[in-house]
Structure formats: structure tokens, C-alpha cells
Design a protein around this ligand. Structure first.
Ligand code: GLN
Length: 524
């Protein structure tokens, strides 16, 4: 197993996740088996309990792990399904070590950061021995107190495995008003890395513009690499272009040579073809997203990406209009070709989302409701079609007379909040003759979940009687997974999150269906 480590310098938010994913893609296109791992320095065991406004979306894997959103980039760029082992946090490492200590595994010893914490980090990383290349992204910026111990563990591992490690440092190169690219911040951040015992082998300059020859030479001279080992990561419109931008700078050959990887004569152009096809799309649809974290697009990152994939299969670009659901007015519906209500928690902004759903249903605007979006579509239908006045979810109104959405029985009485939702991939049986079947072309699908509430089985009868169709169900558990309306161009809700399995090479069917319907209704 060879290892590539990516670290970040100067600033956070440089797109280290996309850079790491692009390096992975370059290697995958050449036929190497790549496994990515994200290291996060925070003390939370996982990001599941964090507010998406602070940390961006919580990304859910098949195995139910709640992970950092960079895992989403990795899965999309590599078209692979990862496990929770690909996300390591300070909290999770300490938890294991402290549990071992309490069990008595270290009896007689003083348990210390070095070697016990570093050993646990190394133990976890060694488990990926089946990978040709293990790709490790260290979150945050070099010099942060919270990722020091991880960098130390990686330094130790690299010493134990001479010639098997490659350190890639992504750093910021600002452009001052005169137009000059400045390398000093990069020089300082490489010094910081050197003080931790690590000499980077490749430096990537994140800059508005491609790095000039002069800038590359200067970074090379001051940072101990050759000019051809300094690469550019300029501003781009489409993140999916980045693997090609790196490839055009010969990154693949540098990686193969430096890691002494067995060279493979293959090159898969599928990714590039796909990206080119997307760029050639001329048509456009506008989709309104009614959510409560619309101020931070990262809070809905996978949804944003899913629309790119869904646009490409429909031959169109998708423009997203973010609407804060707390203050919805009729003006918000102007010029929308479709409406999406994403997942959510709590009562803020709920009535605005319900207004949007009602509008979509009555005006026959294509609609997709995800998780909370499905639940609120049921609330809207119960109130306005089934005449169940003030029907609600007990999450929003615990005393509602008509609790059409209620806690899943297994969820009742749970007090712990971390990793206790219904999480991960569960099966959904799809009925024939439905929109869902037309899109999935399968009787059974596995999609990822993250919720505690469900459609209350006691109200299924009345909802169905009034025309709502549950076309997807988790049979064994009587959980309603997909709803739809006949006599509507596209009114679909799903209890799961299809955005977590959408890839450029495999768009999520329910997103593709929404964009297709938007395009059709725009024409008519
Ligand atoms: N709050 C709802 C629940 O827990 C919906 C969750 C979501 O949209 N992910 O069931």
C-alpha cells in the first residue's frame, strides 16, 4: 500500500476535499484502487450532532455513519461506496483509547498521546492494506493545535514506511492589487510543516489565476521541491474539471514516479467525456429550494451536486434559487420550474415549506420533498385535502390533534442524541406502475436515511383514500418510503436522501425525474 497525505496551509476553505478527491480520480482513471480517508481534528465523535450552518451538511454513508461532507466529494469523484472507517476524528480516536483504558487493556501503564493515541491512529490506517493508494486528507490547516497529533502519527508512519509516502501540501497564493502572486504565506506554512518533521513532496498553489513560471520557481526554491512539483489549482467554474486540470500539469506521472507505482497503460476517459457533455448543455431550468439553512450552500452540498448530475442526463443546466423558508412570499414562486423541499429538523420555517408544497401541488409545479420534505407534504395533504385541520408532525407540534407524522416506535424513549437516528441504507420496495418505478426500473432499491419520524401508520388509510399514493415502502417495517400523486406532472416525496448516492456517473433517479419534469413543464 502506498500513501498520499494532503495537508492545507494558510487558510481553511481552499477546497482541500475537492483537491484530494481529484487526486484520487486521476489515480482511479489509471486503474489504481484508491481508498480515501478524512481526518477531522474536532472532539465530536462524528459530525452528526453539529449544526449544518456551522459545519456544512452531515453526509451519511450506506453503513449509517454520519460523516464530514468531504466524504461526499470522495464518493462522487471516485464513484465508490465508503464506510465509516474513512472518517476519523479526535473524538473517535480518544473514545477508543479511553474505552480500552477503562477495560484495563493498558493496565500498569500511563496512557499518553504518544504512543497510545498515535498508535491508535496508525492502527486504523494500517487496516486499509488492500488499497493500492491510501489517500489521507488532514482537515484544517497545518499549525492548528487539533490536528497536530494526526500529523505526528503520519510522520511516524512515513518513517516506518520509507518511499511509500507522498506529502501534498495545498496552500494559498494570494494575488495583490498589482496583480502579483505572493508566495510568502506558502513559504511560512511549509516551514510550519517542516517544524513538524514533514517535507512536502508536491505543493499545490490555490490561486485565482494559474501560477506563473516565476511563482512556481520561487515556491520551489524556498520550499525544497522542484518547479515541476509545484502545481496550480486556479479558480474554476466546475469542480469536476479539476482532475483534468491536474492531469494537464502531468500530476499523474509525478505521482506514479514518486510513489514507484507499478505503471499501468490504461486511461479511462469516461469522467472527462461526462464533464464535457455537461458543459455543452444549452437549456436551463430554475429550481427553488425551500430550506432553513439556505445562507450556507454547503449545508445542502449533496443536493447541489445531485442537480448537476441530474441536469447532465437531461441535457440541461440547473439554476438553483435558494429560498429561506421562514419568509416565503408569493414572489418566491415566480419563474420557478420546480420546487424542492430538503431534509430538516425542528419547527423554524415549517409553515413556509408547507406553503411551497401547497403551491407546487395546486399549480402543478414539479416537486420533490426529501425526508422532512416528504413529511411536510403529508402534513399539507392531510390539512388541505383530507380536512384534518392543523394536522402536523409531532416533531413540530407535540400536541397536534392529527399526528400524521410521528416518531418511529424504536425511536420512542431514546434520550441519547449521537448516532441514534434511523441511519444508513435500508431497502425500499417499489410498486410497479408508479413514477418511482419508471425512474428506478427496479423493484427494490437501497437508499440512505437519517430521520426519527415517519408517516404515522394510522393515517395511511385516509391519505390513500384521498388519492395520495405510497409507491415505495419498507415492507418489513410498514414504513412509507416514497409518496407520489397521480394527476400531477411530478409530485414525489421520499423518506430517504437520494442526494447521498447521486454521482456524475450515476445520477439519482428521483432528481433526474424532477429535472426532466421541470424541463417538460417549461416547454408546455
Ligand atoms: N426531522 C425529521 C426526522 O427526524 C426529518 C429528518 C430529515 O429531514 N433528515 O424524521
Amino acid at each position: 500500500m502506498k500513501v498520499i497525505v494532503t495537508t492545507g496551509g494558510v487558510l481553511s476553505g481552499l477546497g482541500k476535499g475537492v483537491t484530494t478527491a481529484s487526486i484520487g480520480r486521476i489515480l482511479k482513471d489509471r486503474g489504481y484502487n484508491v481508498i480515501p480517508v478524512k481526518i477531522d481534528g474536532y472532539v465530536n465523535v462524528d459530525p452528526g450532532t453539529m449544526n449544518p450552518y456551522e459545519h456544512g451538511e452531515v453526509y451519511v454513508l450506506d453503513d449509517g455513519s454520519e460523516t464530514d461532507l468531504d466524504l461526499g466529494h470522495y464518493e462522487r469523484f471516485l464513484n465508490t461506496d465508503l464506510t465509516g472507517e474513512s472518517n476519523m476524528t479526535t473524538g473517535s480516536v480518544y473514545k477508543t483509547v479511553i474505552e480500552k483504558e477503562r477495560r484495563g487493556d493498558y493496565l500498569g501503564k500511563t496512557v499518553q498521546i504518544i504512543p497510545h493515541i498515535t498508535d491508535e491512529i496508525k492502527r486504523r490506517l494500517r487496516k486499509f492494506k488492500d488499497a493500492d493508494v491510501l489517500l489521507i486528507e488532514v482537515g484544517g490547516t497545518v499549525g492548528d493545535m487539533e490536528n497536530m497529533v494526526f500529523i505526528e502519527a503520519l510522520r511516524q508512519l512515513s518513517r516506518e514506511n520509507e518511499n511509500k509516502f507522498l506529502f501534498v501540501h495545498l496552500s494559498y497564493v494570494p494575488v495583490i492589487p498589482s496583480g502579483e502572486q505572493k508566495t510568502k504565506p506558502t513559504q511560512h506554512s511549509v516551514k510550519e510543516l517542516l517544524s513538524l518533521g514533514i517535507q512536502p513532496n508536491i505543493i499545490i498553489g490555490r490561486c485565482e489565476t494559474p501560477l506563473t513560471e516565476k511563482t512556481r520557481e520561487k515556491i520551489a526554491l524556498f520550499c525544497g521541491v522542484r518547479p515541476d512539483e509545484v502545481l496550480s489549482d486556479p479558480d474554476i467554474e466546475d469542480i469536476y474539471d479539476l482532475p483534468m486540470i491536474f492531469r494537464d500539469q502531468d500530476m499523474h506521472n509525478i505521482l506514479v514516479k514518486k510513489l514507484c507505482l507499478e505503471s499501468k497503460p490504461v486511461y479511462d476517459f469516461q469522467w472527462e467525456d461526462n464533464v464535457k457533455r455537461t458543459h455543452s448543455c444549452k437549456k436551463e431550468v430554475t429550481i427553488g429550494i425551500f430550506g432553513k439553512y439556505t445562507g450556507l450552500e454547503d449545508a445542502y452540498l449533496s443536493i447541489k451536486e445531485s442537480f448537476k448530475h441530474a441536469g447532465a442526463v437531461n441535457g440541461c443546466k440547473v439554476k438553483l434559487k435558494w429560498v429561506e423558508s421562514e419568509d416565503v412570499t408569493s414572489k418566491d414562486f415566480a419563474s420557478l420550474d420546480a420546487i424542492l423541499v430538503p431534509g430538516g429538523f425542528g419547527s423554524r420555517g415549517v409553515e413556509g415549506k408547507i406553503t411551497a408544497i401547497k403551491y407546487a401541488r395546486e399549480h402543478k409545479i414539479p416537486f420533490l420533498g426529501i425526508c422532512f420534505g416528504l413529511q411536510l407534504a403529508v402534513v399539507e395533504y392531510a390539512r388541505n385535502v383530507c380536512n384534518l385541520k392543523n394536522a402536523n408532525s409531532t416533531e413540530v407540534d407535540p400536541d397536534t390533534k392529527y399526528p400524521v407524522i410521528d416518531l418511529i416506535p424504536e425511536q420512542k424513549g431514546l434520550s441519547k442524541k449521537g448516532a441514534t437516528m434511523r441511519l444508513g441504507a435500508y431497502e425500499c420496495d417499489i410498486s410497479r406502475n408508479s413514477i418511482a418505478y419508471r425512474l428506478y426500473q427496479q423493484d427494490k432499491v437501497f437508499e440512505r436515511h437519517r430521520h426519527r419520524w415517519e408517516v404515522n401508520p394510522e393515517y395511511i388509510g385516509v391519505l390513500e383514500e384521498k388519492g395520495l399514493v405510497f409507491s415505495g415502502k419498507c415492507q418489513g417495517k410498514n414504513l412509507m418510503e416514497i409518496l407520489e400523486l397521480p394527476n400531477h406532472p411530478y409530485f414525489v416525496g421520499c423518506q430517504f436522501h437520494p442526494e447521498f448516492k447521486s454521482r456524475p456517473e450515476k445520477p439519482a433517479p428521483l432528481f433526474a425525474g424532477l429535472v426532466g419534469a421541470a424541463l417538460k413543464s417549461k416547454k408546455s
